[in-house]
Design a protein around this ligand. Structure first.
Ligand SMILES: [Cu+2]
Length: 210
């Protein structure tokens, strides 16, 4: 990616839906050069009731002097663990409106989970390592996914119906893209969503992928 200020980035989002049995939705996010875009958050808000989901335990590690993963999506009221897998100390913090906290972590010290009880974006940093950065997207819906290195994210077992699709990326200029989709069996949709992207940060490239 280039670093031009406020360059317009076109996200081409391709939706493939569904087979009748599984109602799987696969989303592919691309930049304007048709390159896969990792670390984009997809949130689906259903207009109809959806089955209760078993949420996996979410953790964001400090490993190799970076946060892993770089972008995490979690539903509201999630308890997230921050294990320090390095031998060095980290002192992680957020000043974000969605969650303000800090944890002084020491190697080999058990971490405490943090409850994220407000919707929004949480930016993580480390007082000891200024270049360490990560993002947590706290969503109102449990239907959340983050695109992988191939720019893809997938949902399975979705009921047919109408959804709001929210698309967010840490470096986009506007806060959020929202579009409506209708899922029925054996349909295929293609969406192209324009995004203005901020100048890329100068942080190390490591840690931005999966
Ligand atoms: Cu650190």
């Amino acid at each position: 990616m280039n670093s031009d200020l406020y360059k317009t980035l076109i996200l081409a989002t391709t939706l493939f839906c569904c087979n009748a049995a599984a109602n799987t939705l696969q989303i592919k996010v691309q930049d304007q050069a048709a390159s896969p875009l990792a670390n984009a958050v997809i949130e689906l808000i259903a207009e109809q009731p959806i089955p209760q989901l078993n949420q996996p335990q979410i953790s964001i590690a400090q490993q190799g002097l970076m946060f892993v993963p770089f972008v995490t999506a979690a539903p509201i009221n999630s308890a997230i663990e921050f294990p320090n897998k390095d031998k060095t100390r980290h002192h992680i913090y957020s000043f974000s409106d969605a969650k303000t906290f800090e944890i002084q972590l020491y190697a080999d010290t058990p971490e405490q989970p943090v409850i994220f009880d407000r919707q929004g974006i949480v930016v993580l940093g480390c007082n000891i390592h200024d270049y360490m950065q990560a993002y947590i997207y706290i969503g109102a819906s449990p239907l959340l996914a983050v695109t992988d290195g191939a720019g893809t994210a997938a949902f399975s077992d979705l009921p047919a119906g109408n959804y709001q699709l929210k698309l967010w990326h840490p470096w986009q200029k506007q806060p959020q893209q929202i579009t409506s989709i209708t899922l029925t069996t054996n349909t295929e949709q293609q969406l192209t969503l324009p995004v203005e992207q901020k100048a890329l940060p100068t942080a190390p490239k490591r840690g931005f992928g999966h």
